[in-house]
Write a protein that binds this ligand. Structure first.
Ligand code: MG
Length: 413
């Protein structure tokens, strides 16, 4: 008779180039499961939520009871939703699915319905301060095997812009953009919406002229525009056939996407900062978006994200899971198991982790022919090497903030 009661719940923090928070559960029989709980720039809040509030509740529970545990932690919080709560619940949920798949002796995607596709089309992040650097970055991504590419560039007159690896503030190697910086306070960047809107259409015209009509191209406006500015950008980019335009307006007021939708047929993606299915209700039912950006890590785990995708599928809306380096290999592996199984997969963001990160988590997913595919061993196909992890202790880091160049007032970053 096996004992599937949860016997230990450890909250692990490591910083192999950037911070990660990981929940590790063990059953009484010694089966181990991992969950990602990393909230970029606010990591220790989730550590406390898990260690001080959830871990004591998990001990002695049956690891098999995934749905009941999810409901127990979500309804039981009373203070529902929010990034910290949902990342903590996500970590528990993901670790329990990892355990269940190991107990079943199957890769997780088999429990989610089995394989629907060979792998998950992935997009990478090309960027450059100017067009020659950008083209060089696109070529470098094509050489690495990417078959879809996000385009971000410097803006004339601005020193540093989100998503551009060669910005002076990026603090990383040339095409390896890591926005969180180990500074005592957030780096302050500058912003000028008029300069941005003037510049971007010409960038896409040049990229299409250089790389042709086939390559799927994406762009992230990072929640910085008003509805009418977003509408103007979407319309201006229509000739360049974007795969999507992402996060055009601040995420709190999703109703404004009605205004954007009235003006443009450029596909829209949003949701990386959403936490629950409720955030998507209006967007789905009114068909205001085309892609769901929520990752497993920030939307309550595999149980909750699968529910969001099923709901989206009713409206022909597809997945486009958030996958920057702050989603750990555990979170990415979970997304890939979901991605190969669901009927409405769209695309997966893939910003490669550092070699040090992969040494800690030893992911078994693979990237070939433009597709990411989960590993085939039982569970998620990730591990946690304590010795390597402990050699990289937590180091406080912040995401930048943005101020308008015109007058120094705060703007959305
Ligand atoms: Mg984004």
């Amino acid at each position: 008779m096996s004992n599937t009661q949860i016997a230990s719940a450890e909250v692990l923090v490591t910083s192999p180039g950037r911070n990660f928070v990981t929940l590790r559960l063990h059953t009484a029989d010694g089966v181990m499961g991992l969950g990602d709980a990393t909230v970029n720039g606010r990591e220790l809040a989730v550590v406390s939520y898990l260690r001080d509030h959830l871990a004591p509740l998990l001990l002695g529970r049956d690891a098999h009871a995934i749905e009941d545990t999810w409901q127990y932690l979500y309804r039981g919080a009373y203070w529902r939703r929010g990034p910290i709560t949902m990342a903590a619940i996500a970590a528990v949920d993901t670790a329990l699915w990892d355990i269940k798949a190991k107990l079943a002796g199957m890769p997780l995607y088999q429990l989610l319905g089995g394989r629907s596709r060979r792998g998950c089309l992935a997009y990478g992040h090309a960027s450059g301060a100017d067009l020659p650097q950008l083209f060089d970055s696109v070529r470098s991504h094509l050489e690495q095997g990417y078959a879809a590419i996000r385009i971000q560039t410097g803006i004339p007159g601005l020193d540093s812009v989100y998503g551009v690896a060669t910005s002076p503030n990026a603090g990383a190697s040339r095409y390896d953009y890591e926005p969180a910086r180990p500074t005592v306070a957030p780096v302050e960047e500058q912003w000028d919406t008029r300069a941005y809107l003037r510049h971007i259409p010409g960038v896409f015209e040049a990229v299409r002229a250089e790389f042709g009509p086939e390559l799927p191209l994406l762009h992230d406006a990072h929640h910085r525009l008003t509805p009418i500015q977003a509408a103007r950008l979407g319309k201006a980019l229509e000739p360049y056939d974007l795969f999507w335009l992402e996060d055009v307006t601040p995420a709190e007021n999703t109703a404004v996407l009605r205004r954007v939708r009235e003006h443009t047929t450029t596909p829209l993606a949003i949701g990386e900062v959403f936490n629950t299915v409720w955030d998507y209700r209006e967007l789905f039912e009114e068909q205001l978006i085309d892609y769901v950006r929520s990752p497993v890590t920030h939307a309550g785990g595999i149980t909750a994200l699968r529910r969001i995708f099923d709901y989206a599928s009713v409206y022909q809306i597809k997945s486009g899971v958030h996958g920057p380096t702050d989603v750990s290999p555990v979170g990415l592996a979970a997304a890939l198991h979901l991605g190969v199984a669901i009927p409405n997969f769209g695309i997966q963001e893939y910003m490669k982790h550092s070699p040090a990160t992969d040494e800690v988590f030893r992911p078994t997913y693979t990237f070939a022919g433009g597709l990411l595919a989960p590993g085939d061993e039982p569970g998620l196909g990730v591990d946690y090497d304590d010795e390597v992890a402990d050699a990289h202790p937590y180091s406080a880091a912040y995401l930048p903030v943005n101020r308008l160049k015109l007058d120094g007032s705060m703007h959305d970053w």
